[in-house]
Design a protein around this ligand. Structure first.
Ligand code: HEM
Length: 295
């Protein structure tokens, strides 16, 4: 029954995209009708609103392969098969954001440069849009054929990581620095963290050969991973000290002005999770890594 449902042509490929597009666009239009775009604040509200429709899709795309590796079932296979259409739904919701950014920067340019423009954000956002445009084009055969399979994989992997990192870090700062306490900030932060943590856990699972014995490195690795989860939930406690330390050198505070994400505070718990997983794997990883036929 579930298999038939997930294979139904109404829930796959372009029809799935069309349904998602109708769904997202209906909400966008309904919200638009309640606002007066003559006010720059209304346009900024639409920017936020459209991103909130986009973000779940990029988090889903980030987690899809890991979900299928960890829980191979018909539902996640369906998601894996339709990853392209989920990605295109993200691109479509981001096109709305792009349109509102264009409106605010061209028709309310004073407000834009006084209230919104920041070089670092501009570089981060423009890089995101360039990657998104390249990924969208190369998801079609005509442009895809112009890249080697390795180039295509590199572009799409780097693009997904970047486009995941952008909203993940926005919500991390909202939760731990601005401490907005909005449920949507906390939910998006949690979902973004879960999406990448699942990738790390799936990577660990793939590398682990049964039977699994408890050993010193396994215990240390598990401890580091538990520490990573504690850090992930307590950014407000360590962020001031970590930011202060990392930004103390003049070259580092200089980099912060333009380098996207620098000095990467939101990503520290995930980095630690990856390190913990690596320690946990110990020799298993080396063996599997050196003998690819085992992987
Ligand atoms: C040059 C490109 C971009 C510009 C100028 C821009 C500008 C903005 C502005 C003005 C806001 C509203 C801020 C506020 O009023 O609080 C915003 C929010 C946001 N943008 Fe962008 N953005 C760009 C690209 C991107 C990209 C590529 C992403 C990646 C997904 C992204 C993700 C977000 C997120 C997550 C929010 C927060 C929405 C919320 O409050 O829930 N932006 N952006």
């Amino acid at each position: 029954m579930a298999k038939r449902l997930f294979r139904s042509k109404w829930l796959n490929e372009w029809i799935l995209f069309a349904l998602l597009a109708i769904f997202i666009n209906s909400f966008m239009i309904m919200k638009l009708l309640t606002l007066d775009l003559a006010s720059p604040h209304a346009v900024a509200e639409m920017i936020q609103y459209s991103v909130r429709w986009a973000v779940p899709f990029i988090f889903l795309v980030t987690a899809t392969s890991a979900l299928f590796k960890l829980f191979p079932n018909e539902g996640f296979l369906w998601l894996l098969r339709n990853r392209r259409y989920v990605g295109l739904s993200f691109a479509m919701a981001m096109a709305w954001q792009g349109a509102f950014i264009f409106i605010v920067s061209s028709t309310h340019s004073e407000h834009y440069y006084a209230e919104i423009y920041l070089l670092r954000d501009e570089l981060e956002g423009s890089s995101g849009y360039l990657l998104l445009a390249a990924m969208t084009l190369t998801s079609f055969g005509f442009f895809r054929r112009r890249l080697t399979p390795q180039q295509w994989t590199f572009l799409h992997r780097a693009g997904v990581y970047f486009l995941w990192a952008y909203p993940f870090s926005v919500y991390w700062w909202n939760v731990f620095y601005y401490q907005t306490q909005h449920w949507w900030d906390i939910s998006f932060y949690g979902l973004g963290f879960a999406a990448f943590a699942l990738r790390i856990i799936a990577w660990g699972q793939l590398m682990t050969a049964p039977p699994i014995h408890w050993s010193l490195h396994r215990m240390i690795g598990t401890g580091v991973m538990v520490g990573a989860f504690i850090l992930a939930a307590s950014g407000h406690l360590w962020q001031p000290l970590v930011s202060g330390t990392l930004l103390r050198p003049a070259w580092s505070s200089e980099l912060e002005l333009w380098l996207p994400f620098w000095p990467f505070e939101p990503f520290i718990p995930l980095f630690m999770l990856g390190v913990g997983m690596r320690i946990r794997l110990g020799r298993t990883y080396r063996q599997r890594h050196l003998t690819p036929e085992l992987a």
